[in-house]
Design a protein around this ligand. Sequence first.
Ligand SMILES: NC(=O)c1ccc[n+]([C@@H]2O[C@H](COP(=O)([O-])OP(=O)(O)OC[C@H]3O[C@@H](n4cnc5c(N)ncnc54)[C@H](OP(=O)(O)O)[C@@H]3O)[C@@H](O)[C@H]2O)c1
Length: 256
Amino acid sequence: MNRRTALITGASTGIGADFARRLGADGLDLVLVARSHDKLEALAADIRRDARVSVTVLPRDLAAPDAPRDLVAECERLGIEVDFLLNNAGFGTHGSVADADPERLAEEIRLNCGVLTELSQRLLPGMIARRRGSIVNVASNAAFQPLPLMAVYGATKSYVLSFTEALWHETRGTGVRVLALCPGPTDTAFFDIAGEDFARSKRTTQQLIDTAKRALARNQPSVVDGVSNALVARLAVPLLPKRVALWAAAKTVGPR
Ligand SMILES: NC(=O)c1ccc[n+]([C@@H]2O[C@H](COP(=O)([O-])OP(=O)(O)OC[C@H]3O[C@@H](n4cnc5c(N)ncnc54)[C@H](OP(=O)(O)O)[C@@H]3O)[C@@H](O)[C@H]2O)c1
């Protein structure tokens, strides 16, 4: 049987963990990556119990030097060919740039942009050679506008959207699908880690995964999860004068 394998970064919690459960239920073998070894092992045990798939746990700090290169080398050493890459590991930082810890912002840029780019780049040639594969890069509805008080986060997600849509075009006709997945506020630990829970309503990870699966089936370059999120990101924001868009974004992200 021709088995397929998904590599998921940030698989220990939230969107990544629920994606792992869904892809496992769909019959894909899994490679789970994050720092929390115990959470990854517990998730792997759940998935192995519920689905007849192979689950490999590779605990890593992906922001560490050479981590993406070492991860891909480890997959090759284990004889794992990755058919589905979910570049999901990422985090945000709430607060003004002037008050932020420079090392935390550097790590945010490295993880949200650098690691995602390097993993896409290193795994793409194999997918093209096999003429099959999918890369889903997790951006955000924050990708569509500058975000005062989460300035670096918004900029990293604009990068992810731009990079991924360009990659979608570069890979046309190769058999590889590429998608920038743009969640709006989604019910995970994201806001605790960012340092502020400003979202008034949140979508579920299951709604987000349904959106991603539909967009992949249609071979869309990008998708925003949720109709109202999509209307704001794609229609309202581009029409607003920049000062108004910045004011509205700062109001949304500001403390409750
Ligand atoms: N939730 C939302 O509202 C929302 C909205 C838009 C976009 N997103 C994006 O969705 C993605 C997933 O976030 P989430 O909402 O599921 O939040 P989450 O529950 O905090 O998940 C983040 C994941 O990234 C992993 N991670 C963080 N730093 C890492 C590192 N240095 N090396 C390896 N793994 C690392 C975490 O695992 P460990 O701590 O175990 O390493 C965790 O598995 C992120 O890219 C986020 O920007 C989320």
